[in-house]
Design a protein around this ligand. Structure first.
Ligand code: PRX
Length: 631
């Protein structure tokens, strides 16, 4: 048996001993009494009885050895600034933020919503929350007021931390008006709003509710705020993600299990050590930002780089210039970003010395072979695909190079990671598919390993029913992805089983987009599907039925309504969710019982064969779609 096969076996067969060993990678205030309590499946409680703190593990525990080492470097090509904080400086800033939050009334167990661009204060905010036992809920800065309002409503934050503006491609995006609108839309009203003023957009501060970070920080310059020792099972944060139904789910994560899982992943998956430099190009609004911009690298005592800006501005060499300047050892990005760079002049890459890099990890969406091949040739380092989800917090499938160097296979994110009982199951019968090359739903046997979601925030029933009851006949976690496995244990992911689409690595629910479009006064009905796109992996396409189609007489009038619909989505959900096209049809393809034939619609939109259509009510419906997309 190979070293990794043996390691994996142990993690499954001697689960508790395996994770007891991993738990020594972090600091505990009180050691755990029990490794895993799985007496009430599918709810897993990891490291029961232990008390710890995420911020202690990410910051304080490194002070003795690496107080003067850079912990966080915040680079913005939007504002042309680079700010570097040593562990000692980060420690001081986080305590100031923690003291300010306490002065605003934030206590253990309270939620704090963070709606911020990629600036150092966002990292201080996250770490300050977990320091005092408050739960953060970071909302991606690209989301607009409707998305933000539903998250404020569900999380019920005591305080919101935001900034005057973000910037993208040189264009300033004011955040405060979106935040004010979101709070107005939500029935829950946060008591306090803390604003970081970057001097980029004018802000109106509402007296009594809104506070200026710079002014409050000045009152707490020399404060010490001790870490609150919390139970290992105390929730550290919620992070909202899309599913089949319109309403996003608050993925709730624990504290001890998450810290252990990230520390272990740094060692076994990323083969990283303290002092290494980690550059994840994601955003703190996504799970990659939580695990691999903030917590993972800091828990491991590395230097982490956060980046605000495009990969192509001022030119396509900017990321490689960062790699050279900071001697980045570990880089983490998404296939779309690489496809964007691939379209640029390769000379930009050749200009920089990237020899410090050990490997590049890519996640979030399928990695196509030409993209992998191109970047592999250009960088001359291993390109490692990894597959996971907001729900799991760390890779499910990849290579554990820290355990045993393994060769990547193009098109495959690799092998089941230790701790994950990955199975392929038949969607209809729930039966496990053990022979190679059989297509099934990627499922995970409970308990989910440490670091994975505990539940859906305030909705245990939704956690059980959504994730654990979708496979017939057995309680097993569904990833809602199709997959196959070859004879050597390498997996291949073949797309979602549900209505989630993946645009440029961003996970979006088609139902959410449909709800937003339906709110337009002249839209009677709409269906949104994801179709293949050479650059973004997938894009959303909407097929809409107008309430009053009498005005849709020519291309100009259709374009006008299409523009209005897109604006509607921009304003409610944000430009990330905007469909690439909105086509107007007179009828949507449905079964005689009124069910939308989504897969058929998607197939025709991708110019594929829609398959069996005998249940379709009106065959003309797909003909319209065919003609529209054919144009
Ligand atoms: O469909 C899978 C796809 O992205 C989904 C999870 O997205 P999110 O919650 O945003 O988490 C991203 C964490 C990296 C999955 O259910 N996905 C993620 N990684 C890959 C992938 N599809 C193919 N290959 C991958 N490497």
């Amino acid at each position: 048996m190979s070293r990794y096969a043996d390691f994996y076996r142990q993690s499954i067969d001697q689960r508790d001993a395996f994770w007891a060993e991993q738990s020594r990678l972090i600091d505990w205030h009180t050691p755990p009494r029990q490794v895993c309590d799985y007496s009430n499946p599918p709810f897993a409680n990891w490291f029961v009885g232990g008390t710890t703190n995420l911020c202690h593990n990410a910051v304080d525990r490194h002070l003795a050895q690496r107080a003067t080492q850079p912990a966080l470097v915040a680079i913005s090509t939007e504002t042309e600034t680079e700010r570097s904080y040593t562990y000692a400086e980060l420690h001081a800033e986080v305590q100031r933020m923690a003291a300010v939050l306490q002065s605003l009334g934030v206590k253990k167990g309270d939620r704090v919503l963070i709606y911020m661009p990629m600036i150092a204060e966002a990292a201080f905010a996250m770490l300050a929350c977990v320091r005092i036992g408050a739960l953060h809920s970071v909302v991606f800065g690209g989301f607009a007021s409707g998305s933000l309002a539903s998250r404020i409503e569900d999380a019920g934050p005591v305080a919101v931390i935001s900034a005057d503006a973000g910037s993208r491609g040189g264009k300033v995006v004011p955040y405060k008006p979106l935040l004010d609108e979101a709070i107005a839309l939500s029935s829950h009203k946060p008591a306090a709003v803390l604003m970081v003023n970057r001097g980029m957009a004018p802000m109106h501060l509402q007296p009594g509710r809104d506070h200026d970070w710079t002014a409050l920080r000045a009152q707490h310059l020399d404060t010490t705020v001790p870490c609150e020792w919390v139970e290992a099972t105390h929730p550290s944060y919620t992070l909202y993600t899309s599913g089949t139904t319109g309403k996003p789910k608050g993925v709730q994560r624990d504290t001890g299990g998450y810290a252990v899982a990230l520390a272990a992943s740094m060692k076994h998956i990323f083969d990283a050590k303290a002092g290494d430099v980690y550059f994840a190009t994601s955003d703190i609004g996504w799970v990659v930002g939580h695990s691999y911009i903030i917590y993972g690298p800091l828990i491991a005592g590395m230097t982490t780089i956060m980046y605000e800006g495009l990969p192509t501005r001022p030119d396509a060499g900017v990321w490689w210039s960062i790699v050279e300047k900071y001697q980045v050892t570990h880089m983490f990005s998404a296939p779309t970003a690489v496809r964007v760079l691939k379209k640029q002049d390769p000379a930009y890459l050749a200009k920089y010395n990237v020899k410090s890099l050990k490997a590049l990890w890519l996640a979030g969406e399928p990695l196509d072979e030409p993209t992998a091949q191109w970047i592999s040739n250009a960088l001359q380092v291993p390109i490692i695909d990894n597959y996971w989800q907001t729900e799991t917090g760390w890779p499910i499938l990849t290579l554990a190079n820290g355990v045993e160097p393994q060769t990547a296979r193009f098109g495959s994110p690799g092998k089941a990671m230790y701790g994950y009982g990955v199975k392929l199951v038949d969607e209809a019968t729930g039966e496990e598919l053990t022979a190679p090359h059989q297509k099934g739903v990627v499922a995970i046997e409970g308990p989910l390993p440490p670091g994975c979601m505990q539940t859906v925030w305030r909705d245990d029933a939704r956690f059980v029913n959504t994730y654990w009851k979708s496979i017939p006949g057995r309680l097993i976690y569904s990833t809602f992805d199709w997959g196959i496995r070859d004879a050597d244990g390498y997996h291949f992911i073949l797309g979602r089983t549900d209505d989630v689409i993946n645009v440029a690595g961003h996970r979006l629910g088609t139902r959410e987009i449909e709800e937003s479009i339906s709110a337009h006064p002249n839209i009677a009905e709409v269906a949104v599907v994801g179709i293949a796109d050479a650059l973004k992996g997938q894009v959303a396409i909407a097929f809409a039925v107008a309430r009053d189609a009498s005005g849709l007489v020519d291309d100009a009038s259709r374009l006008r309504l299409e523009g209005e619909v897109m604006k509607q989505v921009d304003g409610q959900l944000g430009a990330v969710a905007r469909p690439a096209r909105v086509y107007f049809v007179t009828v949507l393809p449905k079964t005689r019982s009124g069910k939308l034939l989504r897969r058929a619609l998607q197939a025709v939109a991708e110019r594929r064969d829609p398959g069996d259509l005998t249940t379709m009510e009106d065959p003309a419906a797909l003909q319209q779609v065919r003609e529209l997309v054919g144009r």
